[in-house]
Design a protein around this ligand. Structure first.
Ligand code: MLT
Length: 304
């Protein structure tokens, strides 16, 4: 009987992949064969010597001490692509939200409704104040062309946008799956120079930390909209806030509320919602449960 410790929010459909006659699955197991985790920070946890595999129900693995685990010979499995559609939908929603000033306009009407002022005049004023722009013909820069970046590129093309992408580490398979309509930038600076919207879909590692920094923010076209739905730290929040204040950037839409980006009229910060749909949670949990099960039973390694 294999024993699996679940750390948080692993969907029931994922756990169904571990048959109960062969697997005991619970959060209280002390000497597990494997751990399934979503976002809990495992860096500060003691990971029992019995653990032979870790499954992360998501794409990123930076909540897991991967180096320490690999020194112990413990593979860390993840679920690349399992939440790509969920992240894509949120990023496209955020772009539309930014282009049409939806959050600001909604706040405006809500305040007016509460104040009891004339709504007829409010509608007239609001129509001018929150006039937006349309997406066709605008250029979206996609940094990172894995499953999520490619899905966003396809959706943006379908909306009539131009798409420019950059990813020095794109796999051969990924390159085949990338739409031929996506212009490939030779480097990230070439991408920034053209991007009226720029979105990041890369892991947070030394090479990507503050990939959008104070110098590079200035190279984005005036009024550009920055989207970070990958990891906090890929974008230098201080640099972005300064560029919002100076009027160089149009908006900052992200999945990471922080002290730096709080209370700014041009910032919309969501509580890391990218992968938070029932479908994405099921897909991710099923994928890692399969990977961990196949490894424990047969030594097969996928997505490690
Ligand atoms: C991911 O890395 O795929 C996301 O952070 C998943 C999540 O929100 O748990």
């Amino acid at each position: 009987m294999f024993q699996i410790r679940t750390l948080n929010n692993i969907s029931a459909r994922g756990l169904e992949r571990l048959p109960r006659d062969q697997y005991e699955v619970a959060s209280e197991i002390n000497r597990p064969d494997a751990v399934l985790v979503r976002s809990a920070n495992m860096h500060e946890m003691e990971i029992p010597e019995t653990v032979k595999a870790i499954g992360r129900a998501g794409a990123g693995v930076n909540n897991i001490p991967v180096d320490t685990m690999s020194q112990r010979g413990v593979p860390v499995f993840n679920a690349p692509g399992a939440n790509a559609n969920a992240v894509k939908e949120l990023v496209i929603a955020a772009m539309l939200m930014g282009a049409r000033n939806l959050t600001q306009a909604w706040e405006y009407t809500r305040n007016l409704q509460e104040s009891g002022e004339s709504l007829t005049k409010a509608v007239e004023d609001g129509k001018k104040q929150f006039a937006g722009f349309e997406l066709p013909g605008r250029t979206l820069g996609v940094v990172g062309l894995g499953a999520i970046g490619r899905a966003i590129a396809d959706a943006a093309l379908a909306l009539g946008m131009r798409v420019i992408g950059y990813d020095p580490g794109i796999t051969v398979e990924g390159a085949w799956q990338l739409s031929a309509e996506v212009e490939r930038a030779p480097n990230v600076d070439a991408l920034f120079a053209k991007s009226e919207f720029v979105t990041f879909h890369v892991p947070l590692v030394d090479a990507t930390r503050h990939i959008l920094n104070a110098e590079r923010v200035k190279t984005l076209p005036k009024g550009a909209v920055v989207l970070n739905f990958a990891r906090h730290g890929i974008v230098d929040d201080h640099a972005v806030m300064e560029a919002l204040d100076s009027g160089h950037l149009g908006a900052y839409l992200c999945d990471f509320p922080s002290e730096t980006n709080r209370h700014h009229p041009k910032v919309v910060a969501l509580p890391h919602l990218g992968a938070s749909t029932g479908e994405a949670e099921d897909n991710s949990a099923m994928m890692v449960a399969d990977e961990v099960r196949d490894y424990l039973e047969d030594g097969n390694v996928r997505n490690s």
